[in-house]
Design a protein around this ligand. Structure first.
Ligand code: DLL
Length: 433
C-alpha cells in the first residue's frame, strides 16, 4: 500500500496546488524585492515590480538567476533575512568555480526535512526502519538532509556519513539497516564489496535505497537492485534549493515528484531562455516558494530534464521530472557532437560491464579525442588478445550507434578505476587545461 508523509499536500488536487503556488509566489516576490537588493536590481533592469506578479502565469516576467549571479553576490548578497535569523549554512563543492553558500533559517530546515521525509516514506520507510545515511555530512547537503528526513519519519537513523566501506558493511549487517541513502556510485561499490565478501542479496537486510546527487542510468538502477536485493529510488536536489528532496521517486520508479508546494519547476531552452511545454527537454529552472533565508527565484540549474504532468499510479499529484540526463555544463561537445556521460554509461551497462568507467577527452592535432576506459568484471578478465579485441570492437560499435561518434575503448583490469565515496568523477577533459 502506498504511504504518504503529508498526504493532504502530496495528493492535493491540481487546483489546490496551483492556488497555493499563486499565493506563495506573490508573497515571495515581495520578500525578495524588499530584502535582496541584488535581485531587485535584476527586476528593475527587466522593468518588473512585485505588482506585476499576481499569479504563477506571471512567473516568466521575472529575471533568471544563474550560478554567475550567486558567485557575484558571494557570500551574503542573496541573503534575504538578517544573519542572526540563520541557523546553518551548506555549500557546494566548488568544482566548477567559486563555492556557493546557502543559508537556512530554522523554518527552512524544517521544510527541507519534510521534503526528505516524504522521499523516505515514498521509498516505503516507516518508524520500523533502520536508515543508514551514507551521504557525506558536513558542508555537503546529502548527509544533513536525509538525516533530518529520517528523524521526521521516525526511523532509527545511522548517521555514518560516507567512506570506510568495511565499517559501513559492519553497521549495515549488525544493525540490520533496511534503507540505505548514498550516491548511486557508492551504492554500487558497497554492493560489489558485499558480493566479494560472499554476501548474497537475501542475506543483506536492506529493502530500499535512496540514491541521488549525480546522474545515474536505468541500467545502473537494475544492477544495484540486483546486487543488493532492494528497490532503488532516485532523489534530486541541489544546494541552492536546500539540498536533496526537491524531488523524489515513488513506487512507480519512473520519474521524481517535485515538491510543488515549495518549488515551481520550469523547463527552458538554455540558449533563448524561452519556457518550453511539458514533454520537451531543456534546462530545469526552480523558484523556491517559501524559503526564507536564500529564496532563489527562477534559478537556472543547468540540469537537462523533461517534466511530465501525466497522472501517477501512486496517487501523488505533483509534477514529475525525469532523471536528469546530465548538465548543460557536463555535456561534452566532441567533434561537434553533444555527448552526455549517461549515454556512455547506458551502452556499457547494457553490454554487461560494471558502472566503473572514466571518459577522457583530449585534443590532438586540433581534433577532439574520446577515450573511454572501461573496467572489466573479474569474470571477463582474460589474457586472450582475441577476446579483448572482440570486446573492444563490440564497445566501439555500441558507442558509435549511441553517440554517432567513434571512440577509443581501453579495457582495464577489475578494480583499476578509483571508487568514489561521494559523487563519482566520470570525465577528465584535458582540453580545458
Ligand atoms: O547533490 C544534493 C543532493 C544530495 C541530491 C543527495 C540528492 C541526494 P549539489 O552538490 O549542490 O547538491 O549538486 C547538485 O547534482 O544540479 C545535479 O546536477 C546533480 N544531481 C543531484 N541529484 C541528482 C539526481 C546535491 N538524482 C547537482 N540525478 C544537481 C542526477 C543529480 N543528477
Amino acid at each position: 500500500m502506498e504511504r504518504y508523509y503529508q498526504p493532504e499536500i502530496e495528493t492535493a488536487p491540481r487546483e489546490k496546488i496551483r492556488a497555493l503556488q499563486d499565493e506563495l509566489l506573490v508573497k515571495q516576490v515581495r520578500h525578495v524585492w524588499d530584502h535582496v537588493p541584488y535581485y531587485r536590481k535584476l527586476m528593475e533592469e527587466k522593468g518588473v515590480t512585485p505588482d506585476d506578479i499576481r499569479s504563477v502565469d506571471d512567473l516568466r516576467k521575472l529575471p533568471f538567476i544563474s550560478k554567475h549571479d550567486l558567485r557575484e553576490a558571494y557570500p551574503y548578497g542573496m541573503l534575504a533575512v538578517p544573519l542572526k535569523d540563520c541557523v546553518r549554512i551548506h555549500s557546494t563543492s566548488g568544482t566548477t568555480g567559486k563555492r556557493v553558500i546557502a543559508f537556512y533559517t530554522q523554518h527552512d530546515i524544517d521544510l527541507w526535512d519534510d521534503c526528505c521525509a516524504r522521499a523516505i516514506t515514498a521509498a516505503g520507510g516507516t518508524d520500523e526502519d533502520v536508515c543508514q545515511v551514507s551521504y557525506g555530512f558536513g558542508l555537503f547537503t546529502g548527509g544533513a538532509g536525509l538525516n533530518g528526513g529520517s528523524h521526521k519519519v521516525g526511523c532509527l537513523t545511522v548517521p555514518i556519513s560516507s567512506g570506510n566501506t568495511e565499517r559501513q558493511i559492519m553497521f549495515l549487517m549488525d544493525l540490520k539497516a533496511t534503507i540505505l541513502c548514498c550516491t548511486p556510485s557508492y551504492a554500487a561499490y558497497l554492493g560489489e564489496s558485499m558480493k566479494e565478501m560472499g554476501l548474497t542479496p537475501d542475506q543483506i537486510p536492506l529493502k530500499a535505497g535512496i540514491f541521488g546527487a549525480e546522474a545515474w542510468s536505468e541500467e545502473m538502477r537494475q544492477s544495484i537492485q540486483e546486487t543488493l536485493g532492494i528497490k532503488a529510488y532516485d532523489i534530486y536536489g541541489l544546494t541552492e534549493t536546500s539540498g536533496p528532496g526537491v524531488a523524489f521517486e515513488c513506487s512507480a520508479q519512473n520519474g521524481m515528484h517535485i515538491n510543488e508546494d515549495h518549488f515551481i519547476a520550469e523547463i527552458i531552452d538554455p540558449d533563448t531562455g524561452e519556457v518550453l511545454p511539458d514533454g520537451q527537454e531543456g534546462e530545469l529552472v526552480f523558484t523556491a516558494l517559501d524559503k526564507e533565508a536564500f529564496p532563489l527565484l527562477r534559478y537556472r540549474t543547468r540540469d537537462v530534464c523533461v517534466l511530465s504532468h501525466e497522472p501517477c499510479p501512486c496517487g501523488r499529484t505533483h509534477v514529475k521530472m525525469c532523471k536528469p540526463r546530465g548538465r548543460t555544463d557536463d555535456m561534452l561537445i566532441i567533434r561537434g557532437v553533444n555527448v552526455f556521460p549517461s549515454q556512455i554509461e547506458t551502452v556499457l551497462l547494457n553490454l554487461g560491464y560494471p558502472a566503473n568507467y572514466q571518459i577522457i577527452v583530449d585534443r590532438v592535432n586540433n581534433t577532439d579525442t574520446l577515450d573511454v576506459q572501461v573496467e572489466m568484471t573479474p569474470e571477463m578478465f582474460t589474457d586472450s588478445l582475441a577476446e579483448i579485441t572482440a570486446r573492444q570492437k563490440q564497445l566501439v560499435d555500441g558507442l558509435r550507434s549511441m553517440l554517432g561518434l567513434t571512440a577509443k575503448v581501453t579495457l582495464v583490469a577489475p578494480k583499476t578505476i578509483t571508487r568514489s565515496e561521494g559523487k563519482a568523477v566520470r570525465v577528465i577533459d584535458k582540453r580545458k587545461i
